[in-house]
Design a protein around this ligand. Structure first.
Ligand code: NAG
Ligand code: NAG
Ligand code: NAG
Ligand code: NAG
Ligand code: NAG
Ligand code: NAG
Ligand code: NAG
Ligand code: NAG
Ligand code: NAG
Ligand code: NAG
Ligand code: NAG
Length: 460
């Protein structure tokens, strides 16, 4: 008994020494709160096999440790979280303890972070006070996106094996009554320059799971995303990741089970690598939608998507661009007439199973009348797109079709290559619906999409 106690104390001291070489008196109290809980070692996930080119900035070791206290019983821990983070900013390591649930009921502005590790071993659950969050969540204008918190700054590592829980059920049920409510995004990476986010479970997000905006040099690894509704009201718009105004972002080695895009590249996403993902139930890995806002210029370029398994999804690879005229897809989704370009996009190696379209390219997004779309071609061009090494089977939904390749005009779309596409429908066909993409019928079996004038082989 005595011996055991001594050993435990010795282990605690050893851990404290390792984590905090020179604890100051005020650190001592916060270390006591962490009794029996050792800081995690920062993981070292390799960016592999593809890389956005430039080396990521280095992240020096941290020199002090702060433990986040929990009030328990669902009481709001927002202040404790903020206190620990402020105390350990500029060179420290913040531990959210294993086995502890932290309740967060306040919008946390964490854009001041610098040289800090957030070691989330426990669970952080956001309250489901839908009135509070609609009033106080961070508003990002683009697509009316809002977030529970915004994490930004430089040199930030988040890891620990724990969970962020968006407590989404109240939101799924409220959205069913009113599509105009502002549902927060679970994880807001806003203005982060240099950092890693890994080894986390993301659960029950009210809307998208991740928004990565105004950020650069951020690597996401080993993220497990799932959730869903317990009621008859589905969890809608639960994209895995959306990138916006960001460059040199890597998303890798992760599992997503959701009901909307697995990953989506929104306006001004450049130099992005997505690799080794297993996506289930999603709308695919999507460029766009783009060109939604009249007069705005959307650029998406230099994207590499590699080694994706896509099951039970509406799409595998998808590029969706609005046409030149305005149209409404639904009350809360309308647009068209935006400017810009999609270029240098590669989808390499994808296995599909029970996916409606293995590949879908549309420049008539939101406009079902293709004749009308052709009359007002998109102001956002698509060029230099490679899709290669696809295999698997689509769903019955569009059988005999396995994909859809329709632009608004050959003058604003071209240089699209499909190579080694070994995808079949359940009935064994491999036909694509094609329109306005010059040369496509030389690459795959095409059937001409109605209303497109059949210009699949005419040069631009
Ligand atoms: C990004 O930065 C721009 C310019 O500073 C700012 O207007 C915008 O609100 C920021 N956040 C997002 C999500 O775009
Ligand atoms: C935001 O939502 C409102 C409806 O509440 C809609 O009219 C508006 O177009 C949306 N804004 C954006 C930027 O999507
Ligand atoms: C809100 O969250 C609490 C804590 O998780 C839960 O007990 C309660 O049932 C939720 N309320 C709704 C309406 O979902
Ligand atoms: C592809 O990704 C899976 C994880 O989804 C991984 O197990 C596998 O090793 C990867 N294959 C290649 C060739 O990188
Ligand atoms: C995949 O999605 C299907 C239906 O969309 C669901 O029934 C199944 O449980 C999911 N599987 C996994 C492993 O998430
Ligand atoms: C995207 O980049 C283009 C070109 O640099 C710029 O004109 C446009 O304003 C940017 N859009 C956003 C939303 O940042
Ligand atoms: C195209 O994008 C890839 C990254 O996917 C990049 O390595 C390459 O340099 C880009 N090509 C051009 C011509 O910019
Ligand atoms: C999901 O996909 C897997 C693999 O293709 C399949 O075994 C399973 O039956 C699918 N689930 C549904 C609900 O279609
Ligand atoms: C599609 O648009 C064309 C051109 O405006 C119009 O003539 C036609 O009636 C429309 N078709 C349908 C089904 O609305
Ligand atoms: C956008 O496209 C429409 C229809 O194709 C065209 O009438 C308009 O001039 C274009 N606008 C710009 C700014 O290029
Ligand atoms: C087109 O379909 C025919 C008949 O099924 C098949 O023999 C041929 O290989 C297909 N061509 C391509 C490019 O897949």
């Amino acid at each position: 008994m005595v011996q055991l106690k001594t050993l435990a104390v010795a282990a605690l001291e050893a851990a404290a020494v390792l984590a905090a070489p020179s604890p100051s008196p005020q650190d001592y109290n916060s270390q006591l709160a962490g009794r029996g809980n050792t800081p995690s070692k920062r993981p070292n996930h390799r960016v592999f096999p593809f890389h956005p080119g430039k080396l990521f900035p280095p992240s020096p070791p941290r020199q002090k440790t702060c433990y986040v206290k929990s009030k328990g019983k669902g009481r709001d821990d927002s202040e404790n979280v903020m206190d620990a983070i402020k105390k350990c900013n500029n060179g420290g390591h913040v531990v959210f303890e294993k086995g502890t649930t932290y309740t967060v009921g306040k919008a946390l502005d964490l854009t001041f972070l610098k040289n800090i590790d957030l070691d989330i071993q426990g669970t952080i659950q956001f309250t489901n006070d839908t009135d509070y969050w609609q009033a106080h969540s961070f508003k990002h204008t683009f697509q009316n996106a809002t977030t529970f918190f915004q994490l930004g700054g430089s040199d930030v590592n988040v890891y620990g094996g724990g969970t962020l829980d968006g407590n989404g059920q109240a939101w799924y049920d409220l959205y069913a009554k009113d599509i105009y409510i502002l549902r927060p995004i679970l994880f807001g990476t806003i203005g982060l320059h240099g950092g890693s986010i890994s080894d986390l479970n993301l659960r029950y997000s009210p809307q998208w799971y991740n928004l990565v905006a105004n950020s650069s040099d951020v690597v996401f690894s080993n993220i497990d995303i799932r959730g869903g509704s317990q009621s008859k009201n589905p969890a809608k718009n639960t994209d895995g990741w959306d990138t916006y105004r960001s460059e040199r972002i890597v998303i890798q080695d992760s599992v997503v089970d959701n009901g909307d895009d697995c990953v989506s590249f929104k306006p001004n996403s450049t130099n992005i690598v997505v690799q080794n993902l297993n996506c289930n139930g999603s709308h695919g890995i999507s460029v766009g939608s783009l060109g939604q806002y009249q007069g705005e210029v959307d650029i998406v370029k230099d994207i590499y998507v590699y080694n994706i398994t896509m099951t039970n999804a509406s799409d595998g690879a998808r590029i969706k661009v609005w046409p030149g005229l305005s149209s409404a897809l639904s009350g809360d989704l309308q647009g068209g007439g935006g400017l810009g370009s999609v270029s240098n996009i590669t989808y390499d190696t994808m296995t599909v199973g029970n996916v409606d379209y293995a590949i879908e390219i549309t420049q008539c997004y939101g406009q079902k009348n293709l004749t009308l779309c052709n009359q007002f071609p998109s102001n956002l061009t698509i060029k230099d797109v490679t899709l290669k090494n696809f295999k698997g089977t689509t769903s019955k939904k569009y059988d005999p079709l396995v994909g859809y390749l329709v632009c608004s005009s050959p003058t604003v779309c071209g240089d699209i290559r499909l190579e080694n596409i070994d995808v079949r429908s359940p009935s064994g066909t491999n036909t694509f619906s094609c329109g306005n993409i010059p040369g496509m019928d030389k690459q795959v079996n095409c059937t001409v999409a109605a209303g497109t004038g059949g210009s699949t082989s005419a040069p631009p």
